[in-house]
Design a protein around this ligand. Structure first.
Ligand SMILES: C[S@@+](CC[C@H](N)C(=O)[O-])C[C@H]1O[C@@H](n2cnc3c(N)ncnc32)[C@H](O)[C@@H]1O
Length: 281
């Protein structure tokens, strides 16, 4: 069993998506001509990202999120960012564009950045509308672009270190206009520490096996797919107060905290994820 020695190990089994996945895309596929010219030199760590999130991760976990969940996220973001005031949106770590695409369909001008070109290629196919750019998030401040608001969903930050997170959040500060907004959707470490049981049973023999364990503030995920592919995905998680302190220090002001995008629910150990909205000062 994976990671058996960790007391808060979580093991789950997931049925993979039935259809096949795409792969083997070269470093800048999925990126438009404009971005190829302007941003290509910034493309970083493609090999590393590929090792972290395989095409099977996106087809098994990302592409199977129920539409009702995506609708809730899209509706919540559209509520936080009224299109008349916040038309230019940036999706950081956009993956296959599951939220960026629907927001573009609502009339937003959406840019999605991700370090994984295979995911961006899929995003262009299944969620057209946004501009998808292959870019390491820590370099988000380098291109000369401007946004009314940015969002980071599903804890798509924390992969390298807290210093790198600060570089990302600082870069976002330089590209979000004054009084613009930043929404972060994060795992709650206190919830993770308490939930060690498998969330779902094995479904037949076509399954992926997930071992998930928390070591300090680092969440480790080891995923084995039926094909034999293994993803090791590790990232930092932040307690809400800690996150607010870090982000406020970088020139943002807390606007509200939410659970499941509902500001009437306070983040706590009872909820796996929480969201925080900041205003850029
Ligand atoms: C948990 S997935 C979430 C994807 C998407 N936000 C969603 O909610 O479906 C994390 C994403 O972060 C991306 N990512 C990892 N490291 C990154 C980096 N340094 N810069 C940009 N994106 C990165 C991964 O490729 C992956 O698409």
């Amino acid at each position: 069993m994976i990671g058996r020695s960790y007391p808060n190990l979580m093991v789950a089994r997931y049925a993979p998506l039935a259809r096949g996945t795409r792969g083997g895309v070269d470093g800048v596929e999925g990126v438009g001509e404009r971005e190829r010219k302007g941003v290509r030199p910034l493309l970083q760590q493609v090999g590393e990202a590929r090792r972290m999130y395989s095409p099977e991760w996106f087809s098994t976990f990302s592409a199977t999120i129920p539409p009702v969940v995506i609708d809730r996220e899209v509706e919540a973001l559209a509520g936080l960012f009224p299109v008349a005031k916040y038309r230019r949106l940036l999706d950081v770590g956009c993956g296959i564009g599951r939220v960026a695409g629907p927001l573009a369909a609502l009339g937003y001008v959406v840019t999605g950045i991700d370090v994984n070109p295979t995911a961006l290629h899929e995003a262009r196919r299944v969620a057209p509308g946004p501009v998808y750019v292959a870019l390491d998030q820590r370099h988000v401040g380098l291109p000369g672009w401007r946004f009314d608001a940015a969002f980071v969903l599903w804890n798509s930050i924390g992969f390298i270190s807290r210093d790198v997170d600060e570089a990302t959040l600082g870069g976002l500060h330089s590209v979000i206009r004054p009084s613009g907004l930043l929404a972060l959707d994060m795992y709650h470490p206190a919830w993770l520490a308490q939930h060690g049981d498998p969330p779902s049973p094995q479904q037949g023999d076509k399954t992926a096996t997930v071992g998930r364990w928390l070591q300090g503030s680092r969440l480790h995920n080891r995923i084995e797919y039926p094909s034999g592919t293994v993803d090791q995905i590790d990232f930092d998680v932040y307690a809400p107060a800690e996150l607010v302190a870090v982000v406020e220090r970088l020139g943002y002001k807390l606007d509200r905290t939410m659970v499941w995008w509902d500001p009437s629910i306070a983040p706590s150990q009872d909820h796996a994820r929480y969201q925080v909205l900041f205003r850029r000062t």
